[in-house]
Design a protein around this ligand. Structure first.
Ligand code: CDP
Length: 232
């Protein structure tokens, strides 16, 4: 049965958007594995730009951003997905971009129109491959408004914070649940209220509230959705 879905699933783009720490990337990775799709983590690119901005002094302690200099510098930044995850040139930054230091500055950085244009350009280039699953905040609304399947993810904030804190602790990173909760609520607020491509549910997106769902249940759910949508 699984093999039938694998064989027949058409060449589509799957856009997964939603609130912070709703498990979008874990879900997208599972989908990629199940259907042999390419997975692209748009948040990782925003996080990569943020790390670059912190290290080069384009964002201050109070989150003031030197937009003209950051925008000019981005022209020369080779931000990409490599074997070990997100990279700048030969340097793997996958671990650093998941830190609280980056989490605390990524949403202000993601409000900058020039940063969004930089990331969108990369995502659209990767999306040419089709058979792609991408997760973020504006994939179904701005990056790929014609994506054939759009999913909007949400979950109870406390459950989200607990999951993220556990994930960080498992990686040996410091994570206090109150700080994590505060950070994800702040990010949700900034992401939903910014001027350029705010986080909103696309009209044709299907909502997935996974507060009380296991990963296996989510995979069963998405298979049903795909079967129904594409008449498999
Ligand atoms: O994994 P988590 O939900 O914590 O966030 P993420 O997907 O890694 O994204 C980090 C941040 O990047 C978000 O809070 C947004 O501010 C920004 N972002 C965005 O603005 N647009 C996207 N398509 C993806 C991420």
């Amino acid at each position: 049965m699984i093999i039938r879905v694998l064989m027949l699933i058409p060449d589509i783009i799957i856009a997964i958007d939603g609130y912070s720490s709703t498990g979008k990337s874990s879900f997208a990775k599972m989908i990629a594995k199940e259907f042999s799709f390419l997975y692209l983590d748009s948040g990782a690119l925003y996080r990569g730009v943020t790390l670059f901005a912190i290290e080069n002094g384009y964002i201050s302690d109070d989150n003031t951003i030197n937009v003209p200099e950051l925008a000019a510098a981005l022209e020369y930044v080779d931000l990409k997905f490599g074997e070990g995850g997100t990279c700048i040139g030969d340097r793997c930054i996958e671990q650093e971009i998941r830190s609280m230091a980056v989490a605390g500055k990524v949403s202000p950085i993601a409000t900058v129109a020039e940063v969004r244009a930089f990331v969108d350009r990369k995502l659209r280039e990767f999306g040419k491959a089709k058979r792609v699953v991408m997760d973020g905040r504006d994939i179904g609304t701005t990056v790929f408004p014609h994506a054939e399947l759009k999913i909007f993810m949400t979950a109870d904030p406390l459950i989200r914070a607990r999951r993220r804190a556990d994930e960080m602790a498992a990686k040996g990173m410091e994570a206090n649940i109150e700080d994590v909760l505060k950070n994800l609520q702040e990010r949700d607020y900034i992401d939903s209220h910014r001027e350029v491509s705010p986080l909103t549910q696309a009209e044709d997106a299907i909502v997935l509230d996974n507060s009380h769902m296991t990963m296996d249940e989510q995979i069963v759910w998405v298979k049903e959705v795909i079967k129904e949508r594409f008449g498999l």
